[in-house]
Design a protein around this ligand. Structure first.
Ligand SMILES: Cc1cc2nc3c(=O)[nH]c(=O)nc-3n(C[C@H](O)[C@H](O)[C@H](O)COP(=O)(O)OP(=O)(O)OC[C@H]3O[C@@H](n4cnc5c(N)ncnc54)[C@H](O)[C@@H]3O)c2cc1C
Length: 458
């Protein structure tokens, strides 16, 4: 029989959002228990955002050095994976970060329990022979696990998910990347720049399927120029592995082979294992339904990837703030608003977007205007030279004369996009934006060119 402990709040899953909720509530002197079956911090600091961006930083430095012949002189730059793997291992290793994260949380007054949490009722959570009853509420931040598509033979192979790709200490001679979304595209470019012969296979007509088709098309062009083979609209029907490596058989009958296979085709929820049926949640759903204050049921909140609002660390953290305010009954924090949700794929060029795509705006019944500026044709793009692929593309509501969506592709595309995120979030009128100053010669000055280009799409 499990011992029952009364606490104020139980947080199940300590990813970025869970850690934020648990830490903030503990700082507010609530009795908080944070539970995680793995590492405190979730996917992002160990196998996601942070180490992948460390790999990208190194790969981009190599690519930039190799561009020197086109910029200023001659360069012979050879990739060396060792220091990159060593830096990731020393600065983002499980033990170090996890230990620090636990100390930080407990320093705020929280209690961390490592183990698998399972809801046993509307306000109770069981974990390894203990049971906690939450007086104020339960917050779920279960995150997602890498998902494998139902391809014949695939699950039997020693494939990589993002976790093995990030932990590797060697670059394979050749790599097949199954899935051309953000994770697949970022890692494909990293390994290619470090010398692997890389092929990306994507079932949809373009890379980065949720983005504007033009974004995927531009990335395909850049990848092909860099020697990365891209197969779009390609369905894989079978996978196998033997002493020579991996083989993928496409629906067309063609086969692709490589030393290593990375599968980046999406993520899955584990709702049944966390006992969410105990609060009436459909455990087969692709996301947990939440209201604008992230409430799932009375006294139960959810944050992060599991809410299906966008699988990004910033979504999880944004939602965390709303949940903290709701639990503390603190005024001044508005309900969730996803109109200006920003997304960045950290390829080179960076592919950043915010708000709606053109198709989403049209489907929402908006009379759309579209404006575009070619980044290479701007003063800064011309100065930049090699590596200046990109564009700024704006989607405006013709009736309200405000922006509802934007894409920025180019060097530091994610940073340039921030100005447009503010414009969409605050509904800054297009006519105000047309009559302000944009520093010369910056990439963001291309926003003015795109605003001046706004017109009905043909
Ligand atoms: C390769 C890669 C690169 C990425 N890059 C970016 C990026 O650049 N920018 C960005 O914004 N996002 C990025 N992401 C996404 C980002 O990692 C996630 O959106 C982020 O981690 C937020 O997830 P989360 O808060 O839902 O929880 P997660 O980080 O998934 O954490 C959930 C936690 O819950 C725990 N858990 C689950 N079930 C239980 C249970 N029953 N009991 C106890 N513990 C449980 C898990 O062990 C885990 O620690 C990337 C992801 C990957 C894989």
């Amino acid at each position: 029989m499990a011992t029952l402990e009364e606490v104020d709040v139980v947080v199940v899953g300590m990813g970025p959002g869970g850690e934020e909720v648990a830490g903030r509530l503990a700082e507010a002197h609530l009795d908080v228990v944070g539970i995680d079956q793995r590492l405190l911090g979730g996917e992002c600091p160990y196998y996601g955002c942070i180490p992948s961006k460390m790999m990208i930083r190194a790969a981009n430095a190599l690519a930039e050095a190799r561009r020197i012949p086109g910029l200023a002189g001659q360069s012979q730059v050879s990739p060396d994976w060792g220091p990159v793997a060593a830096r990731i291992r020393s600065e983002a290793t499980d033990d170090w970060d996890d230990k620090v994260a636990v100390e930080r949380f407990e320093g705020k007054g929280g209690r961390f329990v490592r183990g698998h949490g399972k809801l046993t009722g509307p306000n109770t959570v069981a974990v390894d022979g203990r049971e906690f009853r939450a007086r104020r509420g339960i917050v779920l931040n279960l995150g997602t696990e890498p998902a494998l598509p139902p391809i014949d033979g695939l699950a039997d192979t020693p494939l990589w998910t993002n976790r093995e790709a990030i932990a590797t200490t060697r670059v394979p001679a050749s790599l097949l990347v199954l899935g051309g979304g953000a994770i697949g595209a970022e890692l494909a470019q990293v390994f290619a720049r470090f010398g692997a012969r890389v092929s990306v296979v994507e079932a949809m007509p373009h890379l980065l399927p949720p983005e504007e088709p033009e974004s995927g098309a531009l990335l395909e062009e850049v990848f092909r120029r860099e020697g990365i083979e891209v197969r779009v609209a390609a369905s894989v029907v079978a996978a196998s592995h033997d002493a020579n490596g991996f083989t993928l058989r496409l629906e067309s009958g063609e086969t692709l082979t490589a030393e290593q296979l990375l599968v980046a085709t999406g993520r899955r929820l584990e709702l049944a294992a966390a006992g969410l049926d105990a609060i009436g949640v459909d455990v087969t759903a692709r996301a947990v339904t939440v209201d604008a204050r992230l409430r799932v049921a009375p006294g139960v909140w959810a944050v992060g990837d599991m809410t299906g609002k966008g699988a990004f660390t910033h979504v999880s953290m944004y939602q965390a703030e709303i949940v903290v305010a709701d639990i503390l009954d603190a005024p001044g924090v508005p309900a969730a608003d996803y109109r200006a949700l920003p997304r960045v794929t950290f390829t080179d060029p960076e592919i950043a977007s915010v708000g709606m795509t053109q198709a989403q705006a049209r489907d929402a019944g908006i009379d759309v205007l579209v404006g575009k500026a070619d980044l290479a044709a701007t003063s800064r793009g011309w100065i930049h030279g090699p590596g200046n692929d990109g564009f700024i593309r704006l989607i405006a509501d013709a009736g309200r004369r405000i922006l509802v969506g934007a894409t920025v592709i180019g060097p530091s595309g994610g940073e340039v996009m921030s100005a447009l995120a503010v414009a969409i979030h605050a509904e800054v009128p297009v006519d105000r934006m047309l009559h302000m100053m944009y520093a010369y010669p910056t990439f963001h000055r291309g926003i003015l060119d795109a605003l001046r280009d706004l017109r009905q799409p043909s």
